[in-house]
Ligand binder design. Structure first.
Ligand SMILES: [Zn+2]
Ligand SMILES: [Zn+2]
Ligand SMILES: [Zn+2]
Length: 235
């Protein structure tokens, strides 16, 4: 890894000198700090690291320097859903994709040849010549998943989650209301929408149910072990 960084720096110095830009050494210092991070950094995180390394550059200079790095192909800009812009290394000929935790923001890189081939194949089958793609998988990381209580109120489930009804803690009235909706213990649900305020929309046996938050508070569910399984019984 370190050897590549030295080569990258020499390559960059040559390009900066060709372009006759000013403050070449300052730029190389920024790049040095950036290349030392094997992570996806925001500009703010980069300023902080530069300060820790004893460099106090104006934010506008760092931003401009990173823009040039992107332009020259040494860095790439990434923006994941609900997150600020981040920069990561761009090593020629090496591609990777990302898993993003929607709870703690953790980003995990992966690469999978089979998936890459499949994407080209899918594009081709639609008459597309693939030039680039972004594969981002959003979900909960193992740590965030482990922090969750094994049973939670349905009202806490996030859109996209598949859960199984384990307990219904309402009185007889509530229970018969649920029974009239056709909802029983052991049923699988997919959370279609849950904005944290209004009612929930749930996928249940090939149809959609609207449920108030009060009653969703009284239904205890567990996350389904097999999230890929189809909620709709038709196979
Ligand atoms: Zn990919
Ligand atoms: Zn997480
Ligand atoms: Zn990455």
């Amino acid at each position: 890894m370190k050897d590549t960084n030295i080569l990258e720096k020499a390559n960059l110095r040559a390009l900066l000198e060709t372009d006759q830009v000013d403050r070449v050494q300052d730029r190389l210092n920024i790049v040095d700090t950036f290349l030392g991070i094997e992570d996806h950094v925001t500009l703010e995180e980069l300023f902080r690291l530069l300060k820790e390394n004893g460099y106090d550059y104006e934010p506008s200079f760092v931003r401009q320097c990173m823009n040039r790095m992107v332009e020259l192909g040494f860095a790439q800009r990434k923006q994941f859903e609900d997150q600020p812009i981040r920069y990561e290394h761009r090593h020629l000929g090496r591609h990777h994709d990302h898993l993003i935790c929607t709870k703690c923001g953790k980003i995990v890189e992966f690469s999978n040849d089979e998936l890459e081939r499949l994407q080209v194949h899918i594009a081709n089958s639609h008459g597309f010549h693939m030039l680039q793609h972004r594969m981002e998988i959003y979900g909960l990381c193992d740590e965030c998943l482990a922090q969750r209580a094994p049973l939670m109120a349905l009202v806490m489930a996030k859109p996209g989650e598949r859960v199984q009804v384990k307990e219904i803690t309402t009185g007889a009235g509530g229970r018969s209301r649920l029974a009239s909706m056709g909802l029983r213990i052991g049923d699988n649900l997919e959370v279609i929408s849950n904005d944290g305020r209004g009612r929930l929309i749930l996928g249940h046996e090939c149809s959609r149910l609207a449920m108030g938050r009060g009653i969703a508070q009284k239904i205890l569910v567990s996350l389904s072990a097999a999230p890929g399984e189809d909620i709709c019984g038709e196979k």
